[in-house]
Each structure stands twice: as C-alpha cells, then as structure tokens.
Design a protein around this ligand. Structure first.
Ligand code: NAD
Ligand code: LMR
Length: 342
C-alpha cells in the first residue's frame, strides 16, 4: 500500500500515485452527483488517478464550475460537465465506471432508511440511464440506504435486460477504512498494516466488522470487541451529529470511494491481486445481497470470498444472525419499490 492506503502498482509517478499496468490512462469514469459534498472531493481524487483518461461530472446543478476548477489540475484525465437529465446520456456514453453519490444525506436523528423516499427514485432513474448508455460499466453505488439502493439498481438493470451481478457494487469501503483506523488507534498498530474485513450491509447493526479476522493477528478482550464494533457501526452517526445538520461524512467517504474506484480500475486493467469488501449479489447467506471481501477482476467481481463467514467467534455468529432480519427487510423494500415503479 502507498500512504493513501491505495495498493502500489508497478511504479509511481511524480505525484506518488500508482502508474497503470497498461502504461496509459485508459478509463472513462462518470461521477453522478459530482457537485455534492462527496462528489466534489471524490472527483478531485479521481482526477488524480493516472488510470483515468476521461472524467465526466454530472449533477442537476452547479457542476460546470466544479469541472472548470478541476480541469486546471495537470493530471491526464480530461474533465467535462453535464447538467440535468437532458445531458445525462452524453455523460454516460461508453463509460467504464459509474460512481453514484447523488442523493440527500442524513441529519441528526435520522436513519439511513429515512432517506429512502427521496434517494430510491434518484438511484432508479440514474441506473436506468446507465442501462441505456453504458450497460457494461461497473457501478459503484454510494447513495443511501445502500442496503436498498443496490437491490433497486439490480431490479432496474434486470428490467432493461442488462443486469450483470458482477458489476453492481454497494460501496462499503468507508466501514473498512473506519475499522482499520479505530483498531490501529486502539491497539497501537501501524495503520498501513491493518486490515479488518467488514461484512453484512451498510447501516447500523448490518455493519459487522470481523475483528477476529484482523490482519495482523491481534487479540481483543470481549469489552474491546463490543466497544469497537459499536463505534464502527455508529461512525456515520458520529459524523452526522458532529456536523449538526450540515450533512454526513463527505471527505472520508470521498477518500473511501476513490480507493474502491481505483481498485475497480486496477482490476479492470489486469492487476490480478485486488481485494476489497463491498455489498453485492451473493450466495454466502440465504439473503440475495451481502457484503464480504471480494476478489476483483477484469469484469468486476471475480470471486466472492465466502471464507469470511468461516471460523467466526460466537459474538460474530450471533451478530450475523441478528443483522439478517434488518438486511432482509431493506432488500425487500428496494425490490418492491423497483418493481412497483417499473
Ligand atoms: P450532498 O447533498 O452534499 O450532495 C448530493 C448531490 O447529489 C448534490 O450535488 C445534488 O445536486 C445531487 N443530486 C440530487 N439529485 C440528483 C440527481 N437526480 N441526479 C444527479 N445528482 C443529483 O450529499 P452528500 O453528502 O454528497 O451525500 C450523498 C449521498 O451519499 C447521501 O445519500 C449519503 O447518505 C450517501 N453516503 C453514503 C456513504 C456510504 O458509505 N455509502 C457515506 C457517506 C454518504
Ligand atoms: C456513513 O456511514 O457515513 C454514511 O452512510 C452516511 C451516513 O448517513 O451515516
């Protein structure tokens, strides 16, 4: 890994960023919701990637200025702006990777599910456009509630006849980033060495850090397990409360989404050693969607690492059973919404 936590490739360029295996900037990336709290810093981080040749910024407002600003950075990606539904098709044409942080964020006192009524429709219409304009793209969904928006995306793509479950991801990287940070702090470990798989989904108790599988191997007391698990599960709320009405995590999310996007691109570029956790269609439990570690490849998910669910502690086993009820409800809610609207 480099200092950003991004896995290092063959060589680094002058900015310290990893160089593409293919030797050139190859990927076209669209950010939908690019003028928002996550969208802006995420677009900056994507603009810094040497893997990107073409960066398309789409939003319903205020995106022209963001694109003009970013376009002055002397990194290879060409930046262009697209405003409103009339320009969405052009934003998506032939794109390899679509990242979706469009939608409203939480305020104190809200759950992620409270965002469903607004964000479900936003994700549905954006994914319809993805199906029509870049059906082969990988899709990274950030908009909450992720536990429901990913099933919505899957149903929309199915209805359009272009669903490939290997290409649709709910981005849960922020949970891993937080788990790594909190565990390293608690145990006084070198941050760059720490990896904690986080499974389940992305809301409250559905976020389950597998502390017993922390690398490097480290012992936790039962009290530490409880304290760290609860902190990781409530970390989003920690930020929402600290921002006191001004939104939810944006900077750490942009960092996490950029790491996940970079991993997707490195895998598409032919790197054969790319692993990330994400929420995808999966058979590791009896639920249709579940987050685990994934091996990423040229066409998206290459392998779902079901080993994550083996050898769990009693605490983790109970937590998996407990989270399944909530996750099941969120999945069904998304599927019903998509099919009712179809
Ligand atoms: P924000 O309000 O700052 O930005 C959202 C952007 O989406 C705005 O620029 C808005 O104009 C745009 N938008 C709204 N409707 C749109 C549409 N139909 N098409 C395109 N763009 C549209 O919010 P934010 O802080 O950037 O958060 C965005 C979403 O990300 C929220 O739903 C939030 O809950 C979620 N989130 C997820 C994670 C995660 O770990 N997956 C982490 C943080 C935030
Ligand atoms: C997070 O985990 O920070 C995001 O899901 C935003 C939120 O609402 O907490």
């Amino acid at each position: 890994q480099d200092v950003r936590g991004m896995p290092v490739q063959v060589r680094a360029d002058a900015s310290g960023a990893a160089a593409p295996k293919s030797g050139s900037s190859t990927f076209k990336v669209a950010v939908l919701g690019a003028a928002g709290g996550i969208g802006q810093p995420l677009s900056l981080l994507i603009k810094m990637s040497p893997l990107v040749s073409d960066l398309r910024l789409y939003d319903i407002a205020n995106v022209k200025g963001v694109a003009a600003d970013l376009s002055h950075c002397n990194t290879p990606a060409q930046v262009s702006a697209y405003t409103g539904p009339a320009e969405l098709a052009a934003a998506l044409k032939d794109v390899n990777l679509v990242i979706i942080p469009a939608g409203v964020p939480r305020k104190p006192g809200m759950t992620r599910d409270d965002l469903f009524n607004i964000n479900a429709g936003i994700v549905r219409s954006l994914v319809e456009a993805v199906a029509e304009n870049c059906p082969n793209a990988l899709i990274n969904i950030i908009s909450n509630p992720v536990n429901s928006t990913v099933p919505i995306a899957a149903e929309v793509l199915k209805a359009k006849g272009v669903y490939d479950p290997k290409k649709v991801f709910g981005v849960t990287t922020l949970d891993v980033v937080r788990a790594n940070t909190f565990v390293a702090q608690k145990k006084n470990l070198r941050l760059i060495d720490v990896n904690v798989p986080v499974i389940g989904g992305h809301a409250g108790i559905t976020i389950l850090p597998l502390l017993s599988k922390t690398k490097p191997t480290v012992e936790f007391t039962p009290a530490e397990v409880e304290e760290l698990t609860v902190r990781i599960q409530n970390a989003g709320t920690e930020v929402v409360d600290a921002k006191a009405g001004a939104g939810s995590a944006t900077l750490s999310m942009a960092y996490a989404a950029a790491r996940f996007a970079e991993s997707c691109m490195r895998a598409m570029d032919g790197d054969s050693d790319v692993y990330e956790c994400a929420y995808v269609q999966s058979e590791v439990t009896d639920l249709p969607f579940f987050a685990t570690t994934l091996k990423l490849g040229k066409k998206g998910v290459e392998e779902i690492i079901s080993e994550d669910l083996n050898g769990l502690t009693e605490y983790e086993k109970k937590a998996v059973e407990a989270l399944k009820t909530e996750l099941k409800g969120s999945i069904e809610k998304g599927v019903q919404f998509a099919n009712k609207q179809a």
